[in-house]
Design a protein. Structure first.
Ligand code: FMN
Length: 321
């Protein structure tokens, strides 16, 4: 679906969002503020501000700074379980954000309101069944995110390789693949399975513009195969780097502790402690399996151009390595 030249891809996603490359930087707590989002949008991809770790007024400031730093389209990611969701929604509408990526909740709740204000709505799912619900709720596009992905994850544990063809068969709205993609060759594989764009999270954590702590970025670069795990399944499943905090959770789960006790171990502010403050032992270090192939920290514009160059090469000569 669509046509590409060396300069960009013309398909339903690039047309819907008004971008040159079908490369989307995921909205991520404690990583994707206005600096990262505007840099990615300026580079021809779609940058997303992650509202999940922002108080409403912090979100407003990030949106305003993003608008000053780019004249290109950008989006806000809004996890729908956010406690002050109504304030966040009002700010997104008042600031005329062109695109929202909602996640972690029911797509029916806010889609109509956003669309009344001319905002494009994309929702994140981890199964074909929920992709269909999104289509029925009137969203413009879906992100299908597989088991490999960093951060909060579906309970079904479907890998991206299995999820993308299933979602492609289930819905006719535009489809974005996420989870385990960090290279142009990975992007090519996803587009061959029916995706029309890719959303990358872990790869964009390892950029200068990500607001993540440098110690966390370096831990991601150092991560090898098997260093991440999907845990806290009794609460909200999350993929993170195995560290001392994870070992505590693991021991507690082995001892069959209650959900309440697990909540106590998790406490408050774990994600901020690990990813923003750089406490590699006691913090929560959310990252995907693909961290094992990410080997350097670079600018986000270089990530976009490198991935795009690799994609074009792979699409022209898929079997030449
Ligand atoms: C550090 C981090 C924070 C994340 N925070 C969010 C978030 O706030 N909202 C959301 O919808 N997804 C979040 N995600 C998931 C990403 O949006 C994205 O779908 C995922 O990273 C894709 O998989 P990958 O890490 O293999 O590229 C987060 C991922 C990471 C790595």
């Amino acid at each position: 679906m669509g046509r590409f030249t060396d300069d960009g891809f013309e398909n339903r996603i690039t047309q819907l969002f008004g971008i040159r490359y079908p490369i989307i930087q995921a909205g991520m707590i404690w990583a994707s503020g206005w600096r990262l989002a505007s840099a990615v949008s300026n580079a021809g991809g779609l940058g997303i501000i992650g509202a999940g770790s922002m108080y409403p007024e912090v979100l407003r400031e990030n949106i305003q700074k993003c608008k000053q730093a780019t004249d290109k389209p950008f989006a806000v990611n809004l996890p729908l379980l956010y406690p002050e969701i109504e304030k966040q929604v009002d700010i997104i509408i008042a600031e005329k954000v062109p695109i929202v990526f909602t996640s972690a909740g029911n797509p029916k709740t806010w889609t109509a309101k956003f669309k009344e204000h001319g905002i494009i709505v994309t929702h994140v799912v981890s199964s074909a069944k929920f992709a269909k619900k999104c289509e029925d709720a009137g969203v413009d596009a879906v992100v299908a995110e597989g088991f490999e992905a960093g951060g909060h994850n579906g309970r079904e544990e479907t890998t991206t390789l299995c999820l993308i063809p299933a979602v492609r068969a289930a819905v006719s709205i535009p489809l974005i693949a996420a989870g385990g993609i960090a290279t142009g060759r990975g992007m090519y594989a996803m587009m061959a399975l029916g995706a029309e764009a890719v959303q990358m999270g872990s790869r964009f954590v390892c950029t200068y513009e990500a607001s993540s702590h440098i110690a966390f970025k370096e831990a991601v670069i150092a991560a090898n195969e098997g260093d991440t795990v999907l845990t806290l399944k009794k609460l909200t499943p999350v993929r993170l780097i195995k560290n001392q905090f994870y070992q505590k959770v693991q021991e507690a789960e082995n001892n069959c502790i209650s959900v309440n006790e697990l909540e106590n171990i998790l406490g408050h502010g774990r994600a901020k402690k690990g990813m923003f403050e750089g406490d590699l032992n006691e913090g929560e270090l959310e990252i995907g399996q693909v961290s094992s192939i990410i080997k350097e920290i670079m600018s986000s514009a270089d990530v976009v151009s490198t991935v795009w160059g690799e994609f074009v090469k792979a699409a022209k000569e898929p079997f030449v390595f």
